[in-house]
Write a protein that binds this ligand. Sequence first.
Ligand SMILES: [Zn+2]
Length: 299
Amino acid sequence: MTLLVTDPLYLEHHAPGHVECPERVEAILQHFKKCGLLDRLTPLAPRDATVAEIALIHHPAYIEVVREAAERGGGWFDADTYLNPRSYAAAVRAVGGVLAAVEAVRDGRDRTALCLVRPPGHHATPERGMGFCLFNNVAVAARFLRRRVLIVDWDVHHGNGTQDAFEDDDSVCYLSTHRFPFYPGTGHAKERGVGNIINLPMDPDTSREEFMRRFRESVGRAGREFQPEFVLVSCGFDAYEGDPIGGLGLIPEDYRTMTDVVCKLGVPVVSALEGGYSLSGLGPCAEQHAEGLLAAKQA
Ligand SMILES: [Zn+2]
């Protein structure tokens, strides 16, 4: 089996007409129900992260800014990034959802987990939220684990927040595929941290074959050279060909291919939702990803 983490609270963070909407998670869950996947995944309850856990990555003053902004009724950190009165609670539980998954997988309850959390995290830097992200769910989980963690980020956008968090910390290797040049502007191949950052910028014209060739080769090399004990996936589905704000020509089956490549490293894998905005594409892409996680368990 594969663990599945989600929570009704993740649906309470929303803003009218915004593309980063609760319907994204609902679309995936409805599709999972329809194709029978919901019965094959093991539900795992999330928990709330503590402030101390969130502070493994984020500055305490910034955590307080998020809490106060929600308490005051919400607002906007930038033109993209909103908060409503429930956003702090949702963000705390989004971090805690990924923490619950890594605890369960670390303790041997399963080999793989999929966390359908909101708000997403990989653009959130230690000191500020941006790009729809409030707290960096995957980055907190990586530091919480205190192991050699490989973060594989296949969201179509570069995870600038995750790179910021680990560019001086060689216990974590961050590997990102992303459209480039594109939001947020970071992710050049020359950005290498202390040798632990692997950026694979992709021209919008990159073919699927070329994308997969570069992905396979780089993940394989990271596995050999970094010897990870744990993989976290920053799982955006916005490189899907039909994504309304991203798109890099990928089809749902490509998410199976990438999942298989990651699972072949032979270490536990916990995946957390980042972007992905096609309400018709999210289900089929997530289905392929979940099938890959399930197959890893049986191998
Ligand atoms: Zn994205």
